[in-house]
Design a protein around this ligand. Structure first.
Ligand code: PLP
Length: 452
């Protein structure tokens, strides 16, 4: 029963990113089943999963063809590694499939067990690349404040979350940060495109500060996810690519959230031609852990062409069961045309339906990009986003709103007073309408509470 599970949970289970004292008072909500875009808790309540778990369950819950693929692979070969001179069939097939789906020039894949491990792999791989190129000083990686790149030492260091850096003395040496392209917070007096160019210029300033001969790479999420669905102006990424080219710096796109159709392309970074792409989450829709790095020819040619070992790898790199799950998940995404649907049908529909929430008294802006979306809760609205009055952060209005969402039957995340979603890509128009209606109801309840 729920109480027993909650007691055992509190007694034994150290949760990620959780205040355990608060959890102990309330008791965790116990999720027991999923089907399509819905979850059920141990009390029988149904809840619409507006976050696809943690941005990952792209094809929705309950896909028996994935469980079948996993079962069959477990029966045939549950594990074998690809260290030294061995390999396994699902890993090879998945590497070939990903090379087909990836932007032109990406023909190699390094597998990991998670997005964090994939970003650690990036750090080691770009440093190895510059060593092989004869530039052993080029080891610094530039990232952005408020970005999220994982929880390992390198992943959390690449990430720009101050709350993570404070715990454990991060970042590790050789990782530095610049500002994020957040027009809402920092674009006062500029058009979005002017601001995009300004935010990109912070990269050039940092390169010059560190010394161009010391910078190995720049890493960024195409749209910052965990930082609050921060959608950069159109001018931003082409300018970042131009600056990287000017100084010969590698560009890493962290597509752990945005990959596999979430922004209406297989890989959102394709137009600005990154050198390396981090992936995880959507590759298996979260059914089994898997991540990795897509390696473009500039790096692959040197790593392979110069010979010698890349002394790096994980027991579960290329795990056959995870790769079998990924192959079936990618088949579903392709056969159901989910990438095209997000680009041309459900994505524009979500934009219209979610955007309409901007008329709510609590909502300052409501914007989407493919199948991620965010809205700002404000105390007083104004046409110009920079004149909107915000709530005192100490009131925790975002957290209040999140609780109302949860109780109303929709999972939405709060990042300060910004409410965000990343729904499963399989949503229909009717389900989008249902989700937006639930959000509106929870916004009404939040408004009553903050006004009351
Ligand atoms: N990179 C990005 C952009 C992410 O959003 C995440 C996880 O949310 C990660 C990396 C880390 O992935 P994982 O949790 O699989 O280690």
């Amino acid at each position: 029963d729920t109480k027993t599970i909650q007691q055992q949970d509190h007694a034994h289970y150290l949760h990620p990113f959780t205040d355990h004292q608060a959890l102990g008072r309330k008791g965790a909500r116990v999720m027991v089943r999923g089907e399509g875009i819905y979850l059920w808790d141990s009390e029988g309540n149904k809840i619409l999963d507006g976050m696809s778990g943690l941005w990952c369950v792209a094809v929705g819950y309950g896909r028996t063809s994935i469980s079948k693929a996993v079962y069959e692979q477990m029966e045939t070969l549950p594990f074998y590694n690809s260290f030294f001179n061995t390999t396994n069939v699902p890993a090879v097939r998945l590497a070939a499939r990903l090379s087909q789906l990836a932007p032109e020039g990406f023909n190699h894949v390094f597998f990991t067990g998670s997005g964090s491990e994939a970003n650690d792999t990036n750090v080691r791989m770009v440093r190895r690349y510059w060593d092989l190129m004869g530039f052993k000083e080029r080891h610094v990686i530039i990232s952005r404040h408020n970005s999220y790149h994982g929880s390992t030492m390198a992943g959390a260091s690449l990430g720009g979350m101050s709350g993570m850096h404070e715990q454990g003395g991060l970042p590790i040496p050789g990782i530095v940060h610049i500002g994020q392209p957040n027009y809402y917070d920092d674009g006062v007096g500029l058009t979005p495109d002017e601001f995009g160019l300004r935010a990109a210029s912070w990269l050039e300033a940092k390169i010059l500060e560190v010394g161009p001969d010391k910078v190995a790479a720049f890493i960024g999420e195409p749209v910052q996810g965990a930082g609050g669905v921060i959608i950069p102006p159109d001018s931003y990424w082409p300018e970042i690519r131009r600056i990287c080219d000017k100084y010969g710096i590698l560009l890493i796109a962290d597509e752990v959230i945005t990959g596999f159709g979430r922004l209406g392309r297989w890989f959102a970074s394709e137009p600005y031609k990154p050198d390396l792409i981090t992936f995880a989450k959507g590759v298996t829709s979260g059914y089994v852990p898997l991540g990795g790095v897509l390696v473009g020819s500039r790096v692959a040619d040197v790593l392979i062409g110069q010979g010698g070992d890349f002394n790096h790898g994980f027991t579960y790199s290329g795990h056959p069961v995870a790769c079998a799950a990924a192959l079936e998940n990618l088949r579903i995404i392709e056969d159901e045309g989910l990438v095209e649907r997000v680009a041309n049908d459900t994505g524009p529909y979500l934009k219209h339906a979610f955007g309409a929430l901007a008329d709510h008294a609590l909502v300052g802006t409501a914007e989407t990009c493919g199948f991620v979306a965010g809205l700002n809760l404000v105390k007083r609205k104004a046409e110009n986003v920079h004149y909107q009055v915000r709530f005192d952060p100490a009131l925790g209005v975002g957290m209040l709103c999140r609780a109302h969402m949860f109780n109303t039957g929709i999972i939405m995340r709060a990042v300060g007073d910004r409410m965000i979603i990343a729904p499963p890509l399989v949503m229909t128009h009717a389900q989008i309408d249902e989700m937006v209606a639930l959000i509106r109801r929870a916004l009404d309840l939040t408004l009553e509470e903050v006004r009351g």
